[in-house]
Every structure is written in C-alpha cells, then in structure tokens.
Design a protein. Structure first.
Length: 563
C-alpha cells in the first residue's frame, strides 16, 4: 500500500513527496526537508509529523507569515486528508494512500467455486490497441454509469454497483477479482470481491412464479487473460464465436452463444490488485462490436479508479472529522485540569511546567492547599490516550481532592481512590501516580509512589539523588498495596517530580534524553529558583529534540524549601 503524499503548489510549480512520519521540516533554508525558495516563507517555517492516531499535524515554527487553515492562522493543527494549508503564497495538502483495498461484497452468491481454465485463443491487449473515443450508445451508457457512481456514498458500494451495471444483459457476468502480487502465481481460485450475473433478476422472478431454476454452474475465468493483464498492466480481450466443434471452457454462463472476455486492471496490479472481469454475449446488436465494448470497459475501469480514490478520500475525511471532534472534547477536558500554583502556601518556592501533546497523552498534575496549610500535589500518567484518558484524568482529580478532604493517611487515600477508579477505568488501562503532602513549616514530605518515576532531590551544591525506592503498585488493579513514606526536605533543597515525556524525549539520531540528561542539567545549572530550574530543563529538552516535535505530554514540578 502506498504511503501518504505531501503536495505543495505555488507559483506554477508542484512538489510531491512522501513525508517523514516523525518530522518533515518546510522552509526557505536548503537544509530543510522541503525547500521552498520564496521570501514569504521563513527559513524554518513549519513542520509536519504524524501523531499516534495516524493524523498529520502541521505546526508553525515561529515563522513571520504563519500557517493558515481555512483562513485562520494556527500555531499547530491536525489537518484533514486533502485539506489545504497555506504557507505564504504556497498551499500544501497531505493525501493518504488512495489505493486501499475495498472489502469483499458479502452478498456474493455463487453455487460453485471460481476456477481458472486455459485455452488457445488470440488475446487482444490494450497495449497494442489504442483506446478510441466512445460514441453512440456506448457514450450514453458511460455517461449513465458516471452519474450513478457519483451518487455512491462509500467505497464498499463501488464494485457491486459497477458489476450490476455491466452485467445488465441476460447471460452476462461481471466480477471484480483480487490477485496476489505479480511475483506469485495466479491462484486456481482467485478471490471474488464482487460479482453479478445478468440473469439474476430473471432467476428471482422465476422463483416467485414457482418455475424451475436450474442450478448455476461454476464461474470460470481465463488464466491466460488474467496473466496477460497482470504482466502488462493493460486491459485484454478475447473474442470468439461458438461452433459445435469447439468446446467453450472458460465460461458456463451459456456455452452456445458467441462471447467475449474482457479484463481491465483497476489500478496497480504489480502488487495485490483488483481486476474488472467481464464475460458477455456478443453479436446480439449489429451496431456494436467487441472492439467497441473493449473501449467501453477500459473507460469504465478508469472511471472506477478515479471514483474509488474520491470515495476513499471522502470516507477518510468523514471518519477523521468525527475523530477530531472526540479529541477536541478530550483537549478541553485536559486544559481544564491544567495545574495552578496555590496562592495561600508560604515557605515554599513552586514552579510547574505542564504541556500536553495535541492528542491528549494522559499526563496528570495537580496542586492544592489543605485546610491545615500543607501543600498537596500529585503527578502521574494514565496509560491511555484521547478521550478515554481525559475522562480518567477528570475522575482522578475529583477522587483525590475529595478523599484528601476527609483522610490524612496517604496509603488509605490511594486505596480508596483505587477502589473507585477500578469501576470506571477502560479495559487494560492503569494509572501511575506520585501523591505527596509537604509541610513547609517542618520540611516534612509524606508521599506514596504508585509506579511513577522516582522524583529527584537536588542538594544546594548540585548533588542529585532519587527519592525513595521504585514501587510496582499501580492504580487500576485490584488488591494493590500502597505504602506511605516520609522524607525531610532541608532548606534550599529542591524536589523535582516529572513524567516520562521528559526522559523519553528523542534526538534526531534516536537517542533518549533519559535520566542521565536530566541529572546532568540539574547538576550543572547551579542553585536556582524553582522557575529557573524548570526553564533550564525545558530548554535542554527542546535543544535535545532539535527540530523533532514533542511526542509525549511533558510535566515537571519543582519545589524548593525556603524555610
């Protein structure tokens, strides 16, 4: 299956390329992945990357003229398939693969398996016969089928509709066959994706009147014709006239009438591909010829290819619009949960960095003051994404704050929260969480760590060490045991709590920032306030990623004991 394509048009030129899923940089600098030589494009104007849901994100890199979608300037946005994004005097769009396979029509009813047969006959190839313009009844038929195909609402209806239209006459059969890659032999029984017999309506009428309906024989196809189409990539035809001395073995629709076999590719058949296969009587209408029918089927096959791409793109846009709406709701929920530093807490210097990714990755951070003046805070992560993660985050916030209002023992708080959270968690979803309560007057930190990354304690002279031990207990699993621990934070010591969006940040060569990088920055940054510590770390992570986008939620909480 072909990958998505990025198309850039402007000033009479068009560029097409396959975008890198991790990051594609667009700009005026020759070092960019996509070079646009224009003064209204910044040196590094925008980047494109794919999120975990397969959506393509376009993000402005601080350009002068910005990026515009539907006339609105955007900092970053997911773009619909084929939706234009304006950059200066250029427009770009990302189109997904339009060669997707259409699902098999489940209504196919054939009384015997399809089989291939061989025979000696002259094969007329479209490679040797240039297509001629349609005229007369064939032009009228083509215009009608184009009109009917334009009314279809989904790709799954395309092949059945084409087969029904082409096999309108009695004793005619039309099918769409799916063949394996060209390197593999043609199977004895090719896969039938769609099929229609022209006498199907007659059979139904006969059944309603009680008339005898003979069983339908096997639908046979010519292996030679299939091989000719697959090897050349062009349509092929066999025309023959029945005589009593020749046994017609490639069809059992009617063995006593002149017939024609026509097969046309529906796209690239070098890989797994679909072919339109037609077995029809010929010579019944004097003003038509097999050659005219051949041109007609070729024109229909081209129209089917075009219609299939249009329907796939239309379906992709519709599905994406619904999904984007769901993620938009999730983003609104998560933004309402953005942490705010309490104003009524003294004796402590606090700073928070909380930057979710566009698709809601599941980081959780909250700070609030308790009635006795202590500071409560929680940092964690929901092992899910999108709307399910946002719903869990909202429930977690309510559960924690409510439980902390009547329970002082943190292990009991976690146990109570876990018992309620289990009832609403989606299947196979869990939550890691660090819950702490800090008393600025005494310097005491009580905490429970439920499998969240170990926080770091930074000494005044730069020594860095982990807080506590790793814990395997997580929220979302029954019968978990949580333990409350205590640590005394001395004056001018700093506590840093973080999520794996920091440590798992990647560089262009695939390295991770890691705990090693985090520790190095803390050791070399010097004795700073909480806000300066956060600023140093976020800059270091951004510099480490270079031009790569943020691919996980980033959360940092720094707490300085100032006595």
């Amino acid at each position: 299956m072909a990958a998505a394509m990025l198309t850039i048009t402007g000033r009479g030129k068009t560029q097409r390329l396959e975008p890198n899923k991790e990051c594609t940089i667009i700009g005026r600098s020759p070092r960019c992945d996509v070079f646009i030589e224009s003064r209204d494009v910044s040196r590094e104007h925008a980047r494109i990357f794919q999120d975990p849901f397969g959506r393509w994100i376009v993000e402005d890199l601080g350009s002068s003229n910005g990026i515009f979608i539907n006339g609105k300037r955007m900092e970053a946005s997911a773009v619909l398939p084929g939706e234009p994004v304006v950059i200066g005097s250029f427009a770009l769009s990302i189109t997904p693969s339009l060669d997707q396979q259409i699902k098999r029509d489940d209504s196919i009813k054939i009384t015997a398996n399809i089989t291939t047969g061989g025979f000696e006959a002259e094969i007329i190839s479209g490679k040797d016969k240039p297509a001629e313009a349609l005229s007369g009844p064939f032009l009228e038929r083509f215009e009608k089928i184009v009109e009917r195909l334009s009314e279809l609402a989904s790709p799954s209806a395309l092949y059945p509709e084409v087969c029904r239209y082409l096999a309108q006459g009695p004793k005619a059969v039309a099918a769409v066959l799916r063949l394996p890659e060209r390197a593999e032999p043609i199977p004895e029984r090719p896969d039938i994706v769609a099929c229609h017999f022209g006498d199907a309506q007659d059979d139904a009428a006969a059944q309603n009147t009680g008339a005898f309906v003979p069983p339908r024989l096997a639908f046979r196809v010519s292996g030679h014709v299939l091989d000719a189409v697959r090897s050349s990539g062009e349509a092929a035809m066999v025309k023959t006239v029945y005589s009593a001395d020749i046994e017609v073995t490639w069809t059992a629709v009617d063995a006593h009438s002149p017939r024609a076999l026509i097969c046309a590719p529906l796209g690239d058949v070098s890989k797994v591909g679909d072919l339109l296969y037609l077995d029809i009587p010929i010579g019944q209408t004097p003003q038509t010829s097999p050659e005219q029918m051949f041109d007609f089927v070729r024109a229909v096959s081209r129209q089917v290819i075009y219609t299939r791409k249009s329907l796939i793109l239309m379906q992709a846009k519709a599905e994406r619009s619904l999904f984007d709406h769901e993620l938009s709701l999730a983003q609104k929920i998560q933004l309402k949960l953005a942490p705010a530093i309490p104003r009524d807490v003294s004796g402590v210097d606090l700073a928070v960095h909380y930057k979710p990714v566009m698709w809601v990755g599941g980081d959780y951070c909250d700070l609030w003051s308790l009635a006795d003046g202590r500071l409560a805070f929680a940092v964690g992560r929901v092992c899910d994404m999108g709307l399910p993660a946002a719903v869990v985050l909202s429930s977690l916030r309510i559960l924690l704050r409510t439980t902390m209002s009547f329970c002082d023992e943190l292990s009991e708080v976690m146990k109570h929260v876990n018992s309620h959270l289990i009832q609403d968690l989606p299947k196979e979803t869990s939550v890691t969480l660090f819950l702490g309560v800090f008393d600025p007057a005494k310097g005491n930190l009580d905490y429970v760590n439920a499998s969240q990354l170990q926080p770091l304690i930074v000494q005044p002279r730069g020594a860095v060490g982990p807080l506590g031990q790793a814990n395997d207990s997580v929220l979302g699993i029954r019968d978990m045991i949580f333990q409350t621990k205590r640590h005394n934070i001395n004056k001018d010591e700093r506590l840093l709590v973080f999520t794996d969006g920091i440590t798992k940040a990647k560089s262009p060569n695939g390295d991770q920032f890691g705990l090693k990088g985090l520790t190095y920055i803390l050791k070399t940054a010097g004795d700073h306030s909480a806000s300066k510590t956060i600023d140093s770390l976020t800059r270091a992570v951004a510099d480490f990623r270079q031009m790569l986008p943020q691919n996980r939620d980033n959360t940092l909480l720094c707490c300085n004991c100032i006595g």
